[in-house]
Ligand binder design. Structure first.
Ligand code: CA
Length: 263
């Protein structure tokens, strides 16, 4: 779906939207879409169609925390979920071959919703890997991470290495692998007041990727071992590997907001 290409409003609202969703409004190509695109309701909505350089710019900053190796982030015109552009991540094995593309989360409010489409080419390995990271100002700026372990999606808290779900066979079975070689819609809700998490894959809630405040064995009992009220200061997508596992990933139609955005 060519999300985010419909002007969603007129007048002052349009002007305001254009400021935060530059590429959303910029193309004005809705009439060319085969099916009507649903307007993106996020505070940030980027289909990367206005990116004309080699590296992501504008809203986005490319970063290599601590060290820089072989990881790269480039604008790719050969693979896209919408339009003709996406961000391609060449993620290397081992920590320093990481790369992230990020934007601040200031102004999003207590409920942070994210929606992005991701396509990757190598099945999630047994080792721990990450493709989304957020610095947490309430946790000495350590990262809140989304990635995989034991072949399935997981959340990870860098400071104490807690995982969601627990990496028991039952816990892992309550998560799901990130599909390979197809565009997948990932969504999450981070309730910064209560420390709760919801995660959806192609619109379906994933039990193993849920923190509801009530400790559930194999799911969030380990996560709830300490009081956690995150204050993410950024949203970064890319790749980081704590073993020797590499992957090539594409991200497109990235949206952040204060209510659920949907696929
Ligand atoms: Ca695009």
């Amino acid at each position: 779906m060519a999300r985010g290409r419909l002007p969603r409003a007129v007048g002052a609202t349009l002007a305001a939207a254009a400021m935060v969703c530059g590429s959303l409004i910029g193309s004005g190509a809705a009439s060319q879409a085969a099916t009507p695109a649903q307007a993106c309701t996020g505070t940030v909505c980027d289909d990367f169609e206005t990116q004309t350089g080699t590296q992501p710019s504008g809203l986005w900053q490319v970063s290599y925390q601590d060290c820089q190796g072989t990881g790269t982030a480039t604008i790719d015109t050969s693979v896209a979920h919408s339009g003709t552009r996406s961000v391609r991540i060449n993620g290397g094995g081992n920590y320093c071959n990481h790369v992230f593309v990020g934007t601040p989360t200031t102004g999003l409010g207590a409920q942070i919703f994210a929606r992005f489409w991701v396509r990757h080419s190598t099945a999630q390995p047994q080792n721990h890997t990450t493709f989304v990271a957020m610095h947490d100002a309430a946790d000495n700026n350590r990262n809140i991470r989304i990635g995989g372990q034991n072949g399935a999606l997981q959340w990870n808290r860098e400071s104490d290495d807690a995982t969601l779900p627990a990496q028991s066979p039952v816990g892992v079975s309550l998560s799901t692998p990130l599909p390979v070689n197809q565009w997948t819609c990932l969504e999450f809700r981070l309730d910064t007041s209560a420390g709760h998490i919801d995660t959806w894959v192609n619109g379906a809630a994933i039990e193993g990727l849920t923190v509801d405040g009530v400790p559930t064995q194999d799911v969030d009992s380990q996560w709830l071992n300490r009081t956690w009220r995150p204050q993410p200061t950024d949203f970064r997508f890319g790749w980081e590997s704590y073993g020797n596992d590499s992957d090539t990933l594409w991200f497109d139609d990235v949206a952040l907001g204060g209510s659920r955005i949907g696929c």
